[in-house]
Design a protein around this ligand. Structure first.
Ligand SMILES: Cc1ncc(COP(=O)(O)O)c(C=O)c1O
Length: 366
């Protein structure tokens, strides 16, 4: 695919194209960064939604201390792009990955998670053999029921084991309140999130009372950001996807704080019926599974369904003049699962292409 030239307009693009509105993105980034600063915590935004070292550097310039990554391969891409302070919020298992982690540690300073002594032992053996030291945090299950050591005593015991192992530095703990993101906004959601995070911060206190260090207490997602950011005892915030916003965050997680910054530019390729139009963007171009996409600026056009390469729109009477060749911008259902389908972000200032950010970590699933 030939890349469009900087300075071109959206009308010059072929479709489908993944577009970023820089003014909206920068406003969202500033809002998230400012909120973290106001609450005296560090922002380490999750980069799973963008996987781009160039965008990571923009986040760091706006106040982030580094980024969170979902995979070792993403952290490698970040390090190669000059972003060294990464938190790999996932469990790294197996000799091949541990060997790569040693190589990563030679050029960067990642923080990795464990929820069992076995993961920590493998890191310790490899790091001490290489004469290196690796920052490790214990992941605690605060109700999500995914990974994580149990809070309280078992987490303190794991922290002690990490602390005593050669080649490892106990850096703290993390938990993810991902089971609470989609609650109705309001007091109940606030109380549930604060209660889950209290489990994490109480565990941090117990670790410290045991005479162990616990500098990092990390949590947070876009769907819980506004409550988690002010939770007492939290030191780091992982929420990242809010920089793009999308239909899932808006209507699934009931977040109205940020602007839509990510769109897919599409073309109407067929008008088979007065109330139906087909766009050239289906499931291989954008997510419609986590949440239905929205049509930008048109509440009279609705995404009915997505098949692999077609998107089916339902048109209200006021939209039935739409014709083949017309273009629409679509707000993805879920930005995270949309971005990974594309090679590049095309970043626009108004209608002018200002930057192209390759998704260099795309496909780095190992
Ligand atoms: C460990 C972890 N932290 C944070 C997040 C939140 O990410 P975001 O703010 O991009 O939705 C997720 C989302 O899946 C996650 O798995």
């Amino acid at each position: 695919m030939t890349l469009p030239h900087l300075g071109c307009t959206k009308a010059d693009l072929d479709t489908p194209s993944l577009c970023v509105d820089l003014d909206a993105l920068e406003a969202n980034i500033a809002a998230m960064s400012d909120a973290c600063r106001e609450h005296g915590i560090d922002w380490r935004p999750h980069s799973k939604c963008h996987k781009s070292p160039l965008l990571a550097k923009k986040l760091i310039a706006a106040g982030a201390i580094g980024v969170t990554c979902a995979k070792l391969g993403e952290a490698e891409v970040m390090a190669q792009g000059g972003v060294n302070d990464t938190l790999i919020a996932n469990l790294i298992v197996g000799p091949k990955k541990v060997a790569r982690l040693v190589d990563l540690r030679r050029i960067a300073d990642p923080v990795v998670c464990v929820d069992h002594l076995d993961q920590a032992l493998a890191f310790s053996t490899a790091m001490s053999a290489a004469g290196l030291s690796l920052r490790v945090i214990a992941e605690v299950d605060i109700g999500l029921g995914r990974v994580g050591v149990a809070a309280g005593g078992p987490a303190v015991e794991l922290a002690r084991q990490i602390h005593e192992l050669p080649g490892l530095t106990l850096a703290g703990i993390m938990g993810y309140e991902g089971h609470l993101l989609t609650m109705e906004d309001g007091d109940e959601k606030a109380a549930a999130i604060l209660a889950a995070l209290k489990v994490l911060t109480d565990t941090a206190d117990q670790i410290r009372q045991a005479g162990l260090p616990c500098g990092i207490v990390s949590c947070g997602g876009t769907g819980s950001f506004k409550y988690s950011v002010g939770a007492p005892g939290i030191t780091e915030m992982q929420a990242g996807g809010g920089m793009f916003m999308d239909a899932f965050y808006r209507y699934g997680c009931n977040i109205s704080d940020w602007k839509y910054a990510l769109t897919v530019l599409t073309t109407i390729v067929s008008r088979p019926a007065p109330d139906r139009a087909i766009i050239d963007a289906g499931r291989k171009t954008m997510d419609g599974w986590v949440h239905k996409p929205l049509v930008c600026g048109r509440d009279d056009i609705h995404v009915k369904s997505l098949s692999a390469e077609h998107g089916t729109l339902t048109l209200d009477p006021s939209a039935q003049d739409l014709k083949i060749g017309d273009r629409l911008e679509i707000i993805p259902g879920y930005s995270d699962l949309t971005c990974v389908l594309h090679d590049n972000f095309l970043a626009f200032r108004g209608d002018k292409l200002e930057a192209i950010w390759p998704l260099e970590g795309r496909g780095r699933l190992q």
